[in-house]
Design a binder for this molecule. Structure first.
Ligand SMILES: NC(=O)c1ccc[n+]([C@@H]2O[C@H](COP(=O)([O-])OP(=O)(O)OC[C@H]3O[C@@H](n4cnc5c(N)ncnc54)[C@H](OP(=O)(O)O)[C@@H]3O)[C@@H](O)[C@H]2O)c1
Length: 318
């Protein structure tokens, strides 16, 4: 049995715990909150057999195979380092950290302690994501020229999104997905070329439109993310011989492969009975650990660092 310990008993922790119930051989073996009663209440509701701790320090000393850091963005670095220094493998929620400096410190420490670290970019582990990459690798749409995507929800009531101290802003919460969507196809040398952001009175951006291009200018991407409106959350990948349309770039629902005459030649749909992206990212961590690896193939450290470099550059441009 692969044993997961959850750090922070909030919303995403509950979603992860429920998701893992569909994955045989995996269990949430321990949960930790800053408050023991909250850990008890969480475990009673979601994972009755789990050990319960009233501090994160106790969790990292427990008999677990992987710590899942499910705390606010501004806590990721400190929490990940606590786990790593206790010799634990760690899956860290997105965005991985507040900036590139924090990101590099986590990765350096993981290397020094020879433990796995992975950013919980759940889309990277989804079967439809892999299908899209295989269509592109096969040459089905020719050379990719341009990618566009958008991601927007009405979530501006959530303090985690609006409070700069907690790493708020539309980009850290949503832009990481649109940038990851483009980067997984165009490569890690993407750089921002423009950025148009509008801010709320706390100083964080309520929405942002930005563009990226790769170093040789062979391809570009544009994205819009917002915490103030529901958008169509779709993505388009335009190639010289065809294109791909993706429905829901945050939790792939369907993808369509079009030929150069605008005919659908293949499509793929999400299987809601199969383990979801949250369960699959844990499974990928377990498989990497079993092979003695400290990175997953789906979400390598270079990708995490490149995403954070772009985040830093965009935040400077806002
Ligand atoms: N992958 C995805 O699809 C996805 C979706 C949503 C969120 N996320 C990410 O998951 C992380 C958590 O988001 P969430 O929506 O689950 O947030 P949340 O409901 O507020 O939960 C965060 C938990 O972190 C703990 N915590 C530790 N220090 C804290 C502090 N100073 N202030 C507040 N809470 C603190 C709290 O747990 P205790 O009180 O038990 O210690 C809290 O319940 C974020 O980084 C977010 O970007 C990912």
């Amino acid at each position: 049995m692969f044993r997961i310990g959850i750090m922070g008993c909030g919303w995403i922790a509950s979603v992860m715990t429920e998701s893992l119930k569909k994955l045989p051989g995996y269990q949430v073996a321990a949960v930790a909150s800053r408050n023991k009663e909250k850990a008890d209440a969480f475990a009673n509701k979601h994972c009755k057999k789990a050990l319960r701790f009233g501090s994160y320090d106790e969790l990292v000393r427990a008999d677990i195979d992987l710590v899942y850091v499910a705390t606010p963005n501004n806590c990721h670095c400190e929490n990940a380092l606590t786990a790593i220094r206790a010799g634990k493998n760690v899956l860290v929620e997105k965005p991985f950290a507040m900036n590139l400096e924090e990101t590099e410190s986590i990765l350096r420490e993981a290397k020094n302690h020879d433990v796995l670290v992975c950013e919980a970019m759940w889309t990277a582990f989804m079967p439809i994501h892999k299908k899209i990459l295989s269509w592109i690798d096969s040459g089905a749409i020719g050379k990719v020229l341009y990618i566009s995507s958008n991601l927007g929800y009405e979530i501006s009531h959530n303090e985690r999104l609006t409070n700069p101290e907690m790493g708020g802003g539309s980009y850290p919460d949503l832009g990481v997905y649109t940038t990851h969507f483009a980067m997984s196809i165009l490569g890690e040398d993407l750089r921002p070329t423009s950025c148009y952001a509008r801010k709320i009175n706390t100083g964080v951006e309520k929405d942002v439109f930005y563009t990226l291009e790769n170093e040789d200018r062979s391809a570009a991407a544009a994205a819009y993310v917002t915490m103030c409106a529901k958008t169509d959350i779709g993505g388009d990948i335009i190639g010289t011989k065809g294109r791909i349309r993706v429905e829901n770039i945050n939790n792939y629902e369907k993808a369509f492969l079009f030929d150069g005459d605008r005919n659908v030649v293949e499509s793929v749909e999400r299987d809601d009975n199969a383990p979801n992206g949250y369960a699959l990212e844990v499974k990928a961590c377990a498989e990497a650990i079993s092979k003695g690896r400290i990175q997953t193939t789906e979400m390598p450290w270079s990708r995490t660092a490149a995403l954070m470099r772009i985040s830093d550059e965009l935040r400077r441009m806002m």
